[in-house]
Ligand binder design. Structure first.
Ligand code: HSE
Length: 304
């Protein structure tokens, strides 16, 4: 058995509009790299970023705690976290660390866990940052591609995205609350209208069809959410303008990436992706907000 392993996991976008907590897509924008080393005892976290290093408050630390307990592993673990994904911007940063950690631990101790179990352990780490467990980002980061999360019991379905699917992401340079996901989950309505639920369900079902048929237009045109996006958009300066601009520049669909504040536009590779990115930057600039834009593709899942 090896005593050390390194795994890299991709950033991800959750929800894709109407698929709140259900849809995830791994994206090749950024990666987190986790190196686990067996040590005598305890859990030690070393990182290049300003994230908590107490295992209980760190997504990777919590995954190790839970996996060590479940599989009665006595070895201590040093977790080296190289963060490449900006934390707190809706790019699945905490999830990528958790996903890479679960996959690394499985390999380090030759547990040969199935994909649903890996996602379950990775999801248990999300509690450290989001306050609750949700599997959309971790499932995408573990498996890659487009994922549908069915819960109770957990069953993750993976579909290969169309090869011409592209995303333009605008990451605004704003201060985000410490427990951003927890805060942005707090603004979601507790009750929703039946008509809104029908609209979101029809769009979500069409997104799944689009992935199955490899039809990027069908996916992009269905990125429409009338429940969560309206409740959260006030947390993103200039959101309406950014969205309008991207659509006008040729994006098929635009929404908040995960819990935000990044905004994601879905397009075909044949679209003018630079024009869309620039249009999104202008939208943020109108709200006196700088942003970083990234043009990206779907990614494969966590691997060596
Ligand atoms: N589905 C989650 C949310 C993703 O929107 O709160 C958080 O990264």
């Amino acid at each position: 058995m090896a005593s050390k392993i390194t795994i890299k996991a991709p950033s991800s976008t959750a929800n894709l509009g109407p698929g709140f907590d259900v849809f995830g897509l791994a994206i090749d924008a950024f990666y987190d790299t986790i190196t686990l080393t067996k040590i005598k005892k305890g859990i030690i976290i070393i990182t290049n970023d300003k994230i908590p290093t107490n295992p209980q408050n760190n997504t990777a630390g919590l995954v190790i705690k839970n996996m060590k307990k479940k599989f009665k592993i006595k070895d201590g673990i040093e977790i080296k976290i190289k963060k490449g994904i900006p934390a707190g911007f809706g790019m699945g940063s905490s999830a990528a660390s958790a996903a890479a950690t679960a996959v690394a631990f499985d390999k380090l101790f030759e547990l040969k866990l199935d994909e649903n179990t890996l996602v379950e352990f990775a999801g248990s780490g999300e509690k450290a940052s989001a306050g609750t467990i949700h599997y959309d980002n971790v499932a995408a980061s573990v498996l890659g591609g487009f994922v549908i999360v069915k819960t109770d019991p957990l069953n993750v379905i993976r579909i290969d995205p169309p090869t011409n699917l592209r995303m333009c992401i605008a990451v605004p340079k704003i201060d985000v609350p410490k427990k951003k996901t927890k805060v942005s989950r707090g603004v979601i309505p507790k009750k929703i209208k039946l008509a809104d639920s029908i609209l979101n369900l029809s769009n979500a079902a069409t997104i799944v069809s689009g992935f199955m048929k490899k039809d990027t237009k069908m996916i992009g045109n269905s990125i429409k959410d009338v429940i969560i996006e309206p409740a959260r958009q006030h947390m993103i300066p200039g959101f309406i303008k950014v969205k309008e601009n991207a659509i006008r520049a040729g994006a098929l669909g635009v929404t908040i990436s995960g819990a935000g504040p990044s905004v994601i536009a879905f397009s075909e590779s044949s679209a003018d992706l630079k024009k869309i990115s620039l249009a999104m930057s202008r939208g943020f600039a109108d709200a006196n907000t700088k942003c970083q834009t990234i043009i990206c593709k779907p990614s494969k899942g966590a691997s060596k």
